[in-house]
Design a protein around this ligand. Structure first.
Ligand SMILES: [Cu+2]
Length: 353
C-alpha cells in the first residue's frame, strides 16, 4: 500500500514538473526569448545561492543530530582502534575543509558571475602552473592518506605477535561459534564433510587429530572471552555463505569466507568492566555483528565478547570441557558409566563362586 502511494506521488510530481516546464516554454514564446532567458538566469543564480545556504545548514544540522549516534572518537577499545580513529578523524577534517571551500566557491561563483549586460566574460583557456598545483596537491595528500591506510591494514592482517592467543571464530546462517586451541595451543584439523550439527561436531573437527582432543568449543550465544592487553589472533571461517566479523568497538572487521580462513589480530585495551564505567552503561557488551548481508536472519547474527583480566580468563577456561569429551564421553579421564549401564555390565559379568 505504502509503495503504491509513493509511486503515485512520484508520478504526480513528474507530471506537475512536466506541465510547469511546458507552460513556462509557452510563456517564453509569448514574452520573447531574450527577456525570458535573462529572467531565468537570474532565478537560477538566486537558486544556486539558496541551495548553498540551505545545504550548509543541512550539513550542520545532520552533524548535530546524527553525530552522537556514531561511535565516539576516543573510545576505541583496541590498539589498532586508536590508529583507525585518528586516521578517520584526519580524513574527515581534510575532506571537510575541501568540501566547504569547493562548495562555497562553486555556488558563490555561480551567483556572483551570472549573466550581466555590463560585463564580458574573461577568456582564460589554460595555465600549466595551476594545473600542476591542483593535480599535485590532492595527489600527495591522497597518497599519504592511502599510505597510512595500507600500513594499518598490513599490520592488522599481518603476522600476530609471538605471545598472541588464538581464537577461531566461525560464522554460519545465523550464528557465531568459537574454538580455543586448548593447552597445546594448536587448533585441530577440520574437514567440512565432518560437520554434523546434531552429533557433537558442529565445526567438522577431525577426531583422529590429537590436536583436536583439547580444543574448547564455544556454542552460539555464549560469549567469546579475551584477555585485556593480550594480543589475540582471530582465525575466521564460514560454513555456508560469506559473513563478516564486525568488531565496531575495536574498530575492526574481516570477511568470513567459506573454505578460505582469514585472520586479523589486535590487542583489547579495555575490559568489559572498563567500558561499562567509561560509557556509564551497566549493560554494555562488546558486540560481534555480521557485516555482510548474508540472508534473511542477517540482522540477528549477533555475538558477544567479554574482555577480562588474565585471572578471570583462567578461571573461566578451567571450567571448559573439550568438545572431544562431549563427542566421546567414555574417553574422558575419570569417566563413570551411568548407573543403569553399570548394573547391566554387572549382570552379564560372571560372579566368582
Ligand atoms: Cu552473516
Amino acid at each position: 500500500m505504502a509503495t503504491t502511494f509513493i509511486i503515485v506521488i512520484l508520478l504526480l510530481g513528474f507530471l506537475i514538473t512536466f506541465q510547469i516546464a511546458k507552460a513556462s516554454e509557452y510563456v517564453a514564446v509569448m514574452r520573447g526569448e531574450e527577456k525570458s532567458r535573462k529572467q531565468n538566469n537570474r532565478i537560477n543564480a538566486f537558486l544556486l545561492l539558496a541551495f548553498l545556504i540551505l545545504g550548509l545548514i543541512g550539513v550542520y544540522y545532520c552533524n548535530e543530530k546524527l553525530g552522537p549516534k556514531i561511535l565516539q572518537f576516543g573510545s576505541a577499545a583496541s590498539n589498532h582502534g586508536v590508529d583507525v580513529d585518528n586516521m578517520m578523524y584526519i580524513t574527515l577534517v581534510i575532506t571537510g575543509i575541501v568540501f566547504v571551500i569547493t562548495q562555497v566557491a562553486l555556488f558563490w561563483f555561480g551567483y556572483k558571475y551570472q549573466e550581466s549586460d555590463t560585463r564580458k566574460a574573461y577568456y582564460y583557456p589554460h595555465n600549466n602552473k595551476l594545473e600542476v598545483i591542483w593535480t599535485a596537491i590532492p595527489a600527495i595528500v591522497l597518497t599519504v592518506m592511502v599510505g597510512f591506510g595500507l600500513y594499518y591494514w598490513f599490520r592488522i592482517t599481518g603476522e600476530a605477535p609471538k605471545d598472541s592467543m588464538v581464537v577461531e571464530i566461525t560464522g554460519s546462517q545465523f550464528k557465531w561459534e568459537c574454538r580455543y586451541p586448548g593447552k597445546d595451543k594448536v587448533l585441530g584439523k577440520k574437514f567440512y564433510k565432518m560437520i554434523d550439527e546434531g552429533a557433537q561436531n558442529p565445526l567438522g573437527q577431525l577426531w583422529d587429530d590429537p590436536a583436536n582432543h583439547d580444543d574448547i568449543y564455544i556454542p552460539p550465544g555464549d560469549p567469546m572471552h579475551l584477555v585485556v592487553n593480550k594480543p589475540v589472533k582471530l582465525v575466521i571461517n564460514a560454513k555456508d555463505v560469506i559473513h563478516d566479523v564486525g568488531l565496531s568497538h575495536f574498530r575492526l572487521k574481516m570477511d568470513a569466507v567459506p573454505g578460505t580462513p582469514t585472520t586479523m589480530w589486535f590487542t583489547p585495551t579495555k575490559t568489559t568492566a572498563d567500558m561499562k564505567r567509561e560509557n556509564g552503561d551497566p549493560d554494555f557488551v562488546y558486540e560481534i555483528s555480521c557485516d555482510q548481508m548474508c540472508g534473511q536472519g542477517h540482522y540477528k547474527m549477533r555475538g558477544t565478547i567479554i574482555v577480562e583480566s588474565q585471572e578471570e580468563f583462567d578461571l573461566w577456561m578451567a571450567k571448559q570441557k573439550p568438545k572431544y569429551y562431549f563427542a566421546f564421553p567414555e574417553r574422558e579421564p575419570g569417566y563413570k558409566p551411568p548407573a543403569d549401564t553399570a548394573n547391566k555390565i554387572a549382570a552379564v559379568t560372571p560372579q566368582p563362586k
